[in-house]
Ligand binder design. Structure first.
Ligand code: NG6
Ligand code: CA
Length: 524
């Protein structure tokens, strides 16, 4: 498929579009602007259009109604760093060393090699202006020396294909709690330099461990009891940079304002913007208008905040007459989680809400609840509104968007990325992705192939990074270890309840062979 096909389809719509969208008529026939809204830990059942009733998401529901909503969308991994690595490179992160495929701290080096053809670098070649605003979590600096947040911080997003970045380095629960624009910390007072450590307590203020009473929102577990910033103790220790520290209550507002400014500035297009949202990852702090708005506590409130952020983007696109030729993709980096270090009542306040829509397991795991995510794409001139049960993995965005932007990506560069543009645009009803590998926190892998789901045993592995504890509300620990291999038929058992491996040893053997072949790189 190549770009001219899209032009042809657009041309048939051209007559009526020209009436409504005269200001952007030229853009209709050009490469689309592309916006990826990537939520953090949003579950398969967290949106109205995926069945949620205690959380209202009217803007996202409209986005879905005007585009394609996938029921079999997958995050490449059940945690953030590897999932985002895969999205940006088109390669499963587990092919890389564990440094590159595990959850990174805020002072970890960049895990994508500068010079590698990434999704944004590929779009740059196609003439796009590329930006990322929000969560980064792919490391900063070259690793040769400790990253110095007081100097020019590089390599980072700008060295792997973005023209503009306005990011926080890792997660909101990890220091340093600052925004970085391009190479520099925003609002840094040079007389108050930043030091970061994940090993030694170098804080110049109290930690959660010393002063748990200063945690104004909720109590934290031990791992999240480092430096207290804005009334929340974080993972790791931070000293200095007081003027630059963000306020949790303003993160979403800032992300929206920066996104709007980016789009306004580059409205002549084509532009690519990744809006890397912070919600509903911990620590969950709703901005004022959303406090108590959902019917299931703060986790629901911050999901309604995601809906607002999406709505603001949609408004900006409408106001600038860009909506028609902008491909907006909304998804999540991994599945849902409730307790994740802060006692914020997400579990107690569920009120019947099902974050994974009933799917088994959570973030960190290879069960469907950890990896299956909402996936919506709207591009009014090209995508016919529908619900699709074709499989799609976010790792496919590289090859798919390359096709849409008229670029070629060598298979070796993005080995796991399939060009699913014909699926995205509804030009085929075939399932072009027949299988997908799912990746858990301890590097355990599972395979979905057609409706079969196979999870090998992984008893030897420890649930890396998951600490320990006997908190019954802590859903993370329940199913991390797979003692016996598991086989499910998702067509009849979507929630992975009944292990049927004894009835189908042949299927399990074939699945294991297939998984081994994919691991070796014997791709079809
Ligand atoms: C874990 C943190 C968790 C979260 C996660 C990253 C525990 C005990 N702690 O180490 O709170 O920060 O890292 O989440 O699990 S992610 O979505 O960015 O991968
Ligand atoms: Ca995440």
């Amino acid at each position: 498929m190549n770009f001219s096909k899209y032009s042809l389809a657009a041309a048939s719509l051209g007559v009526c579009l020209a009436l409504d969208f005269s200001a952007s008529a030229a853009a209709v026939f050009n490469k689309p602007n592309i916006v990826i809204i990537l939520a953090d830990d949003l579950g398969y059942g967290d949106l109205g259009c995926y069945g949620a009733t205690k959380i209202r998401t009217p803007n996202i529901d409209r986005l879905a109604a005007e585009g394609v909503r996938f029921t079999e969308g997958y995050a490449p991994s059940s945690t953030c760093t590897p999932s985002r690595f895969s999205l940006l490179t088109g390669e499963y992160a587990w092919r890389q060393s564990s440094k590159k495929n595990s959850i990174l701290d805020g002072d970890a080096p960049l895990c994508i090699d500068p010079g590698r053809l990434t999704l944004p670098a590929m779009l740059q070649k196609a003439g796009y202006y590329t930006g990322i605003i929000g969560k980064w979590h792919l490391g900063l600096g070259d690793g040769h020396k400790v990253v110095n947040f007081n100097e020019s911080i590089e390599p980072g997003p700008l060295e792997v294909g973005f023209n503009y970045s306005y990011i926080i380095p890792a997660t909101v629960d990890r220091v340093p709690s600052v925004w970085i624009q391009d190479h520099n910390v925003v609002g840094l007072d040079p007389s108050d330099p930043i030091t970061v450590s994940y090993v030694t307590n170098i804080s110049d203020g109290p930690t959660g461990e010393e002063r748990p009473d200063l945690n104004t929102h909720y109590a934290a577990d031990k791992q999240h009891s480092g430096t207290i910033i804005d009334g929340i103790s974080r993972i790791g220790y931070m000293r200095g940079g007081h003027a630059a520290r963000f306020k949790d209550e303003e993160l979403a507002k800032t992300l929206v304002a920066k996104s709007e400014a980016f789009i306004e500035q580059h409205q002549s297009g084509p532009f690519f913007l990744e809006m890397a949202l912070f919600e509903p990852h911990v620590p969950r702090v709703a901005e004022k208008p959303f406090i108590g708005k959902s019917q299931c506590g703060v986790r629901g409130d911050v999901i309604e905040q995601i809906d607002w952020e999406t709505g603001e983007l949609m408004k900006t696109l409408d106001r600038l007459n860009l909506a028609t030729n902008t491909l907006v993709i909304l998804s999540s980096d991994n599945g849902a989680i409730l307790f994740d270090g802060y006692y914020d009542h997400s579990f107690e306040d569920l009120n019947g809400h099902q974050p994974t829509g009933g799917l088994r397991g959570w973030k960190y795991l290879v069960f469907e609840g950890g990896c299956r995510v909402p996936l919506i794409a709207r591009w009014p001139v090209q995508i016919r509104p529908r619900v699709s049960s074709q499989m799609f993995n976010l790792v496919d965005l590289m090859a798919t968007l390359a096709d849409i932007a008229g670029q070629k990506v060598p298979r070796a560069t993005a080995p796991d990325s399939l060009d699913l543009s014909s699926v995205l645009l509804g030009q085929t009803t075939k399932n072009l992705r027949e299988d997908t590998v799912l990746h858990g926190i301890s590097d355990e892998l599972a395979l979905r192939w057609g409706d079969w789901k196979y999870i090998p045993a992984n008893v030897k592995k420890s649930a890396r990074g998951m600490g320990g504890g006997a908190n019954p509300k802590d859903t993370r620990f329940a199913e991390a270890h797979i003692i016996e291999p598991l086989l499910f038929d998702l067509a009849t058992d979507p929630n992975e309840k009944t292990n049927i491996i004894a009835e189908h040893p042949d299927v399990a053997a074939k699945m294991q062979q297939r998984l081994d072949a994919i691991k070796r790189g014997d791709l079809p």
